[in-house]
Design a protein around this ligand. Structure first.
Ligand code: ADP
Length: 442
């Protein structure tokens, strides 16, 4: 069962279309030929009957008037009594008793073969009151041969029609598929960065070329992003690694115990930065690879208080203000922690005196707003702070151990749950980061 299907699916498109079209055309033409062949005999007989009726009508009128009926050539006109005996002076008609009965009943009669005769009859009353059967007959010369030849011709026409249909379909399909061949060649020879030429006709192929070009654009964007990301990651990793190496070299060449302690502290700082950077890269790489743990309801008020508690000692005070006692978001606890920790750490880094975390909920969304009273994010940077490795004040972030990946991770964690994160200005004059998640009716 599987083999014919596999064989069929391995055939080329033009072969399959041609075979289907030819088979259907042949079947239709054969059907029509058989039907027409069957109708041929009755049609020929009908035409003989029409001719005989045209002779019978005047003949019966003449007999009824007491005249001799006219005898047109090619037909035989007989006047018989109701028993079939001749009353026109000619020899007995070649009609049996059954034929006479049928003729009297107005039914047509076929008699003998080679040639077969066709008879029609009608009973009339002669002027002397006697009943007369007027019978009109004609030989059906060549009837059998005409029917057989006609059927043969019709079958031949069907075969020729099928062949013509096959050639026409084959040529048509080949012409229709020629642009596909051209497109395949273009795809094979397409240099990087180029697009397929669009076919002139506004058809399915043009739509395919357009979709293919759109796919190429998307693919190029993805590889360009990946290329930039890899380059940036390598660049970012280079400076802490180089710094660790230089410090280690200094420590080796100057084995001074006091300097060694200072160097080790620096190495520790750089290692922590390196470790944070690698963690961030790993998180983003996992997310890029489509890793998405199942979402669950996470309670944001508790999480916000937890994140505030995790801030280092000496941080500006954090006020958590919740409009609702509980706000459930659809995410994972790890994602919510990542988002809140990063936003609060940043706020803490830039705030002058205080940080406010507000939690709001609507019917379908929950919103976390983090306000600080620091310098804020200038308008021209707001579109970029969520980009990977983007830093506004590079040197300041560097000294405070920033990697430029924090907000990128926040944006990614929120985006993949169908939420969004924005940056604006807080009423205190600093930065306002707003995160919106899908709400769970907890
Ligand atoms: P980093 O880890 O280097 O801080 P982020 O992605 O967290 O990187 O932040 C990107 C940039 O956004 C930072 O360099 C900083 O300039 C700016 N930024 C983030 N949060 C704040 C804030 N609360 N106030 C002002 N600037 C901020």
């Amino acid at each position: 069962m599987r083999t014919p299907r596999r064989w069929w699916l391995r055939r080329s498109l033009w072969f399959r279309i041609t075979l289907i079209a030819t088979t259907i055309t042949l079947a239709l033409l054969f059907g029509l030929a058989v039907l027409a062949g069957r109708a041929l005999g009755p049609l020929l007989i009908q035409s003989v009957d029409d001719e005989l009726t045209a002779v019978l009508a005047p003949a019966t009128a003449q007999v009824a008037a007491g005249d001799q009926p006219a005898r047109p050539s090619g037909t035989e006109v007989r006047v018989l009594d109701t028993a079939g005996g001749p009353v026109d002076g000619d020899p007995p008609a070649r009609l049996g008793a059954e034929d006479i009965r049928d003729l009297k009943a107005g039914l047509p009669v076929r008699v003998g073969d080679a040639p077969t005769w066709r008879w029609l009859g009608s009973v009339v009353t002669a002027p002397d009151g006697s009943q007369r059967l007027v019978a009109v007959g004609a030989p059906m010369v060549g009837f059998g041969a005409a029917v057989a030849d006609g059927s043969r011709w019709l079958l031949l026409v069907a075969v020729v029609g099928g062949l013509v249909a096959m050639i026409a379909t084959w040529l048509g399909v080949r012409a229709a598929l020629r642009p596909v061949g051209r497109m395949r060649r273009s795809v094979r020879e397409l240099p990087p960065g180029r697009r397929l030429p669009m076919p002139e006709a506004d058809d399915e192929l043009r739509a395919l070329a357009s979709d293919f070009n759109a796919l190429l654009t998307r693919q190029e964007e993805v590889s360009e992003r990946l290329r930039r990301f890899t380059g940036d990651a390598a660049h970012e990793l280079r400076s802490p690694v180089a710094s660790i190496r230089v410090q280690a070299e200094v420590a080796v060449t100057n084995p001074d115990p006091e300097l060694a302690q200072e160097t080790l502290t620096d190495i520790l700082d750089e290692s922590e930065r390196l470790s944070a950077l690698l963690d961030g890269l790993l998180t983003l790489a996992r997310s890029d690879a489509g890793e998405l743990p199942a979402a669950e309801p996470v309670e944001l008020v508790t999480e916000a208080r937890g994140a505030a508690g995790r801030l280092p000692d000496g941080s500006p005070p954090v006020r958590v203000s919740a409009v609702v006692p509980q706000a459930w978001a659809l995410a994972t606890p790890a994602e919510v922690e990542l988002v809140l920790d990063n936003l609060l750490r940043n706020a803490c880094r830039y705030a002058e005196t205080q940080i406010v975390v507000s939690l709001l909920a609507s019917r379908s969304r929950v919103r976390v707003v983090v306000d600080d009273d620091g310098p804020g994010v200038a308008r021209e940077h707001r579109g970029h702070v969520f980009d990977r490795f983007y830093r506004v004040a590079d040197d300041r972030a560097r000294t405070s151990g920033g990697t430029g990946l924090g907000l990128a991770m926040v944006a990614e964690a929120v985006r993949r749950r169908g939420g969004r994160v924005t940056v604006g200005e807080s009423p205190e004059g600093g930065a306002r980061f707003q995160v919106i998640w899908r709400r769970h009716d907890g």
